[in-house]
Design a protein around this ligand. Structure first.
Ligand code: SAH
Ligand code: MG
Length: 218
């Protein structure tokens, strides 16, 4: 676990990206983004093993993770089909009508992710994969050092992300899960189930910040 002071000091890594972070659409509060980045920074595994993010949206969390990955010389693979999760669809709480492609009629955040990565100088670090997480996992056959799960929060989707990607995580690697809420009033409970599943399977807590939980694979 990192104390508040450590995380505050660490925020200076993002001082030149403050405006970009403020202007980027997304669902990653600064304190959680900084904690996410700090946890990747403390991941001891060889930088030849990539970090993988499931659920990038417009790239907010990718800016935090990518900044550290670049410092480490590690690739960050950002996986998202870019058509939005259930809660991003019309009529749901987190729908943004400006993100609907007028031709396809579907949500499309791909160009925003690409823009965020370019503006943050991370094009040489981030590999953008526009695909369903489960489908991409079925053809991706390398070990990874760090896994951030922040994709679909429905039961089947989130568990499929876990089942498809956690086995690729190398021993000693880190698993981060977003939107873990102990209180059902604060948010859906599926990420909490993933967090508990990981602990049951022997993962060890590394960090908790807001709704972010980071664990180490034994
Ligand atoms: N990490 C982002 C927020 C992610 S929102 C931030 O920091 O702001 C969740 C994202 O998961 C959406 O962009 C959605 O398109 C993506 N997603 C949902 N289900 C998915 C699936 N099956 N495969 C790939 N991406 C998915
Ligand atoms: Mg989230």
């Amino acid at each position: 676990m990192f104390d508040d002071e450590t995380l505050r000091d660490y925020a200076s890594l993002f001082s030149d990206k403050k405006e970009l972070i403020r202007a980027t659409k997304g669902f990653m509060p600064p304190a959680e983004g900084i904690a996410l980045a700090r946890s990747l920074d403390s991941c001891p595994l060889d930088p030849c093993l990539p970090a993988v993010e499931i659920g990038s949206y417009a790239g907010l969390s990718a800016i935090y993770l990518g900044t550290v990955a670049k410092k480490q010389g590690r690739a960050l693979i950002c996986v998202d089909h870019h058509h939005g999760s259930e809660e991003n669809q019309p009529g749901w709480e987190f729908h943004d009508p400006s993100l609907v492609d007028p031709v396809s009629g579907k949500m499309d955040t791909l160009y925003l992710l690409r823009r965020s990565i370019e503006l943050s100088g991370l094009s040489d670090t981030v590999i953008i994969v526009a695909a369903d997480s489960h489908r991409f996992a079925s053809v991706y056959d390398c070990r990874i050092a760090f896994l951030f799960i922040d994709g679909g929060h429905g039961f089947d989707q989130a568990h499929s992300d876990y089942r498809s990607w956690v086995p690729k995580l190398a021993s000693g690697g880190y698993l981060a899960v977003h939107d873990v809420f102990d209180d059902p009033e604060s948010g859906g409970q599926v990420p909490l189930l993933l967090y508990r599943k990981a602990l049951e399977e022997g993962f060890v807590d590394v960090l908790a910040q807001g709704s972010l939980r980071v664990m180490r694979k034994a």
